[in-house]
Design a protein around this ligand. Structure first.
Ligand code: ATP
Length: 448
């Protein structure tokens, strides 16, 4: 597997991801998606939306605002409980996530512990910490992760997670869409967290996108739905191209008081096994909290049972950036070819590749260029295609490999005679000769 460094370099060089505001020395924990990155991210989101919403009759979509009434975050417990322990090195002034320092030292520090319990464990195991002299580390303090902003007259929060927008719209969706239990609401959108030490590239950022789905069901069926979503989400990740052996499930041992089950789907990143997606059985907590604070009835009328019930919630939650990084890491390969040269290739599944077809005139001849442009225009109706006539064709193949383009179409002298082109396969590097009129269906078939 490639190192994180190599992935970051390729991502920048080939227009996937740039550090934010780089001409002003950057902005910690924020990244910009470049021309190819935005294509890949859009493909990831489209596939999630298609499998979560379009292909299901029991899940509908939502796009709530990033800014919500500040009471939302009081009700959810975020204003008080959404904290991470931070510890400062007295010598260097560097700030660290205290729980991560313990984790690196092999001490299980649970985010669900009380602050007092956590500080006691930290004191007890401090000696094992390697990043600096343990005596220079003070006592952990707890930093709230909500990002605040001013809007109009008042102070608001930028949402720390997208799911709160789903809970507060539960009644509106239920009534307007006449939903029957069980049903889900799915949403893709930005979330913001004041992460103490944003690091590991797209893995931990201060601004990121989440794809979340909240499934409302009878409390006595939630464990069934939980198991089904845990399985289907792993299948979906494999279908997107992640290797099975790089995925595993870790069950949470200690649960927050209201949850009855929680598991992380972890990916084997270049820096170790880390949470990619969370699947949680959250019980009736969320709707109960908002009903209490908003003084609204957030219930479902069950006609069979002839009673109003508070549905339980099963949640699936994944960050677009974390998935993007996992896909890059999984796809990245450096190969030595038969002639001894090396090539870097991103082996994306063709359906998510940011660019699916490169169209290359063999020579910069007017006739070949004209045909190549015509092919791009035609293919672009079905797939993402681009034109490239800069440099020798071998170099252009390498560039196409490096951004994960599964097919390279070459227009050569034969094309001018018989309207056929060669199609080079990224992985096998073998070429097929295809008639231009069959090209769209050939490519479509190979992609799907
Ligand atoms: P972690 O323990 O790694 O901080 P978390 O348990 O706080 O993650 P959740 O609150 O469950 O994460 O968020 C759901 C999903 O959102 C995560 O599985 C992850 O994919 C994504 N996510 C959370 N925080 C970040 C972040 N700072 N940067 C990028 N993605 C994130």
């Amino acid at each position: 597997m490639a190192s994180l460094e190599e992935i970051v370099q390729l991502a920048k060089k080939r227009g996937f991801v740039f550090p934010s505001s780089e001409i002003y020395d950057g902005c910690a924990g924020i990244y910009d998606y470049g021309p190819l990155g935005v294509e890949l991210a859009n493909n990831i989101k489209q596939q999630w939306w298609s499998s979560m919403v379009r292909k299901r009759q029991d899940i509908v979509g939502l796009d709530a605002g990033i800014v919500m009434h500040p009471s939302v975050w009081e009700a959810s417990g975020h204003t008080t409980g959404f904290t991470d322990p931070v510890v400062v090195c007295k010598k260097t002034g560097k700030r660290y996530r205290a729980d991560h320092l313990l984790e690196d030292a092999g001490v299980a520090a649970d985010e669900r512990m009380s602050q007092e319990e956590f500080c006691a464990i930290f004191e007890q195991h401090k000696e094992k910490i390697q990043v600096c002299d343990p005596d220079d580390l003070g006592t952990p303090t707890f930093q709230n992760l909500l990002v605040s902003a001013g809007i109009g007259e008042g102070e608001v929060y930028l949402r720390g997670e997208t799911c709160q927008g789903i809970y507060v719209n539960f009644k509106q969706v239920l009534d307007s869409m006449h939903m029957k239990l069980p049903f889900g609401i799915a949403q893709i959108g930005k979330a913001f967290r004041n992460e103490i030490s944003p690091r590991q590239f797209l893995f931990r950022t201060r601004e990121f996108e989440q794809m979340e789905m909240q499934y409302f069901c009878h409390e006595d069926t939630s464990s069934e739905h939980f198991a089904a979503f845990l399985a289907s989400r792993q299948e979906a990740l494999v279908a997107l191209g992640l290797r099975k052996e790089n995925l595993r499930v870790t069950e949470h041992k200690n649960l927050v008081f209201y949850a009855s089950a929680a598991s992380d789907i972890e990916y084997h990143y270049p820096f170790g096994w880390k949470e990619l997606e969370g699947v949680h059985d959250r019980g009736t907590y969320d709707l109960t909290q908002h009903a209490l604070h908003a003084k609204e009835r957030l219930t479902y009328f069950d006609q069979d049972r002839n009673e109003h019930i508070v549905p339980a919630v099963v949640e699936t939650s994944i960050g677009v950036g974390r998935l993007f990084l996992a896909l890059l890491a999984d796809a990245y390969a450096v190969e030595t070819l038969d002639d001894g040269t090396e090539r870097t290739v991103l082996r994306f599944k063709p359906s998510i590749a940011p660019m699916q077809v490169a169209v290359l005139p063999l020579f910069r001849r007017e006739g070949q260029q004209r045909i190549a442009h015509r092919i791009v225009e035609d293919l672009a109706k079905h797939v993402s295609a681009y034109y490239d006539d800069t440099g020798a064709v071998g170099k252009r193949y390498r560039r196409a490999d490096e951004i994960g383009t599964p097919f390279a179409v070459t227009v050569d002298h034969e094309t001018e005679e018989n309207e056929t082109v060669t199609v080079r396969d990224r992985d096998s590097m073998k070429q097929d000769r295809v008639a231009i009129e069959d090209l769209a269906s050939y490519v479509n078939e190979r992609i799907n």
